[in-house]
Ligand binder design. Structure first.
Ligand code: FAD
Length: 439
């Protein structure tokens, strides 16, 4: 996805491009063909609503930038209500044909197994980056900066948490500053609530692992339902332990268990549920997590998951131009940068392709506006996200700077989302005009 879009954008800017693709000679457990832009699982680009949905807005921005992935998705669209579903085979074949037919692009089969010293490169090898290239990247960045699995705890919009029940406090009030002492949001549970929660966890529908997917992940990040299977008290002694915290709403009541949420972005608009990585199906997750006092009306920016996924600790490794700080001739794009999803990956390819071409042509691009969906994502992965707990992210309105003067919470949502998308479209349109203007 990302590599295809990057090549298209750079070639259209007038820079000759070589695409190196290892399939079909070297396969992955998920890909089935040798086509570029193969969709490995669902055939959906999710919501196409560019007024009320962040991924729909990203569609809009990519169309406005003459994106190949969106053009081919539109051409091979299938009926799917408000979602953009595509005929996956026709789509991938059309992307591949368009790239092969482009006079500025050459497709060279074969695996790249090292980080090249010279030339301008965009590494867009995705969640299933080959082992040899993964090892080369880890050698450059340090083993601890390249993950091979994501273990995503659900992420909640801060303004949907009930603060009549939850409170800010770090365990044992630890921290040098007031901000650190209030770094966590706590949701208390009584005994009956805890028992009902464990029952629901055990009964919930789970997703199976793909073949070859599990090796090596279980060490540090057990799914909560696996912890619950090991014993009904395990969570109470793990991520839900009720110690070192006092509930200001009921100081005399000792909680039986406490769920903690931690800030997930610098804006403070998103919180992740600490230690709650899970393989529960999405529908089950929302049902189970809404049983947590304070989260009854939670809106989820993303749900939890555990997958095979190669991705960088981008906030520490990449500069604002998506270049590896230690090797600026190498850019990264797509899911390997810590975005999640076909659309987000293609979007990062679009921008990386334009950035690389602009650098080669000596016509640097203005900064991508943070108020666009594209800019909100780039800003998140290259600096806005908490580096210590960095996990892949879908585009969502929690990544956007809040808009002044608009109502928060569920009631103001429609107006707020329209405000975000209007602001984003104006910023993106202006950026595209500047980016196209002759130097
Ligand atoms: C099993 C699975 C299911 C997924 N399901 C969905 C889903 O349903 N919906 C969704 O939105 N997202 C899904 N994703 C997440 C992700 O968005 C997609 O994987 C998306 O394709 C990522 O785009 P990308 O361009 O970053 O990587 P890819 O589309 O995977 O492209 C990377 C390319 O690099 C090639 N490559 C890898 N290493 C090398 C190398 N060393 N040399 C040369 N070529 C190499 C690969 O063959 C591949 O063609 C899924 C991921 C996985 C692993």
């Amino acid at each position: 996805m990302a590599g295809s879009e990057a090549a298209w954008q750079a070639a259209n800017a007038g820079v000759p491009v070589v695409i190196h693709e290892m399939r079909p000679q070297t396969g992955t457990f998920a890909h089935q063909t040798g086509n570029l832009a193969e969709m490995v699982c669902s055939n959906s680009f999710r919501s196409d609503d560019d007024e009320q949905n962040a991924v729909g807005l990203l569609h809009w921005e990519m169309r406005a930038a003459d994106g190949l992935i969106m053009a081919m998705a539109d051409r091979h669209r299938l009926p799917a209500g408000g979602a953009l579903a595509v005929d996956r085979e026709a789509f991938a074949e059309a992307v591949t044909a368009a790239l092969r037919a482009h006079p500025g692009i050459r497709v060279e089969p074969g695996e790249i197994d090292h980080l090249p010293q010279s030339g301008q490169w965009i590494i867009a090898t995705g969640p299933l980056t080959s082992a040899s290239l993964g090892a080369a990247i880890a050698a450059e960045t340090g083993e601890d900066r390249l993950a091979f699995f994501d273990a995503i705890a659900p992420i909640v919009h801060a303004d949907s948490i009930d603060m009549e029940k939850a409170w800010f406090q770090s365990r044992y009030d630890k921290g040098e500053t007031e901000e650190e002492r209030r770094a966590y949001l706590n949701c208390p549970m009584g005994r009956d609530q805890y028992e009902a929660f464990i029952d629901a966890l055990l009964a919930a529908e789970k997703t199976e692992f793909h073949e070859g997917e599990t090796a090596g992940y279980f060490d540090g990040c057990l799914p909560i339902e696996v912890m619950a299977e090991r014993g009904r008290e395990t969570l109470r002694h793990g991520p839900m332990k009720p110690v070192g915290l006092t509930n200001p709403h009921a100081p005399d009541v000792k909680a039986h268990a406490i769920v903690q949420l931690r800030r997930d972005n610098a804006l403070g608009t998103l919180f992740n549920i600490v230690g709650f990585q899970t393989k529960m199906k999405y529908g089950a997750q929302t049902d189970v997590f809404k049983m947590i006092p304070g989260l009854e009306n939670a809106r989820f920016a993303r749900l939890g998951g555990i997958h095979r996924n190669t991705f960088l600790n981008s906030p520490t490794l990449l500069d604002a131009q998506m270049r590896l700080r230690s090797r600026p001739n190498i850019r990264f794009a797509g899911q390997v940068t810590g975005v999640e999803g076909y659309v987000e990956s293609a979007a990062m390819g679009l921008i990386a392709g334009r950035m690389a071409a602009a650098e080669i042509l000596g016509q640097p691009l203005p900064d991508v506006p943070q108020d666009s969906a594209m800019g909100a994502l780039i800003h998140h992965i290259t600096g806005g996200a908490e580096a210590k707990t960095f996990q892949p992210m879908n585009v969502n309105f929690g990544l956007f700077r809040p808009l002044d003067g608009l109502r928060g919470g569920r009631r103001g949502r429609k107006e707020r989302y329209k405000g975000y998308t209007d602001r984003a479209k104006a910023a993106w349109t202006e950026w595209l005009a500047q980016a196209h203007a002759p130097a």
